[in-house]
Design a protein around this ligand. Structure first.
Ligand code: NI
Length: 214
């Protein structure tokens, strides 16, 4: 039986107890994170999906899209709040900052896909991940809520995408920086987004373990 992400979250992350108390974490040193792992603007960073998503048929691509939240949940399972906000790799984001970044761009991409479907070549605006990370309280975010947000956005969007005729995946939205992009391209990019960031989370967890065992 495949567990839902909500079931996985409740099974693997013992909620607030695991995430620590009501500590607040200053983002005063957010400037250190500026170069991780994103060259700005966002679109440059997302042009090369790690997986060969371009070879998948639409149905399998939507399945991969739906599978992403589970991968992310597994990647952060069991982390304490202190571990989630640690920046063990110099100059790079914390795990919570990565998860908050992923969560922030889920509704952005869903909105791009919705507009591309509903409107005639809509203009779509880019966003600078580093500005979001510096100003949007990433270390005050709740890891579990961020995971749930990603999952629920993808469930809603997948429900829509499953009804879309194949030809409509060639509909175009006009990105303010990257120019015209198809619905299929938006879906490939957001599907590749979580897998892109997973090695960075694993790298942080390894570094945390090494620090502890020293
Ligand atoms: Ni990213």
């Amino acid at each position: 039986m495949i567990m839902s992400v909500t079931q996985l979250i409740s099974k693997q992350i013992p909620g607030r107890a695991c995430l620590g108390g009501e500590e607040s974490h200053s983002l005063a040193d957010a400037s250190k994170a500026r170069d991780d792992p994103h060259p700005s603007p966002l679109m440059q960073h997302h042009q090369e999906p790690l997986m060969n998503l371009s070879e998948l048929n639409i149905s399998d691509l939507i399945t991969e899209y739906l599978h992403g939240p589970q991968l992310l949940c597994e990647a952060v399972a069991g982390m304490t709040k202190d571990e989630a906000v640690a920046r063990p790799i110099s100059g790079k984001w914390s795990t919570l900052e990565v998860v908050a970044h992923l969560a922030d761009f889920e509704p952005v991409y869903a909105d791009r896909m919705k507009r591309t479907l509903a409107e005639n070549e809509p203009t779509l605006f880019g966003g600078d991940p580093d500005k979001f990370a510096a100003r949007l309280a990433y270390h005050d975010r709740n890891l579990e809520s961020e995971l749930k947000l990603i999952d629920i956005v993808r469930q809603q969007m997948a429900t829509i995408l499953r009804t879309v005729p194949a030809a409509d995946f060639e509909r175009v939205g006009r990105h303010s920086e990257a120019g015209p992009l198809t619905l299929r391209t938006f879906l490939e990019r957001i599907t590749g987004h979580i897998p892109h960031h997973l090695p960075f989370i694993a790298e942080k967890r390894r570094a945390l373990t090494e620090t502890l065992s020293r």
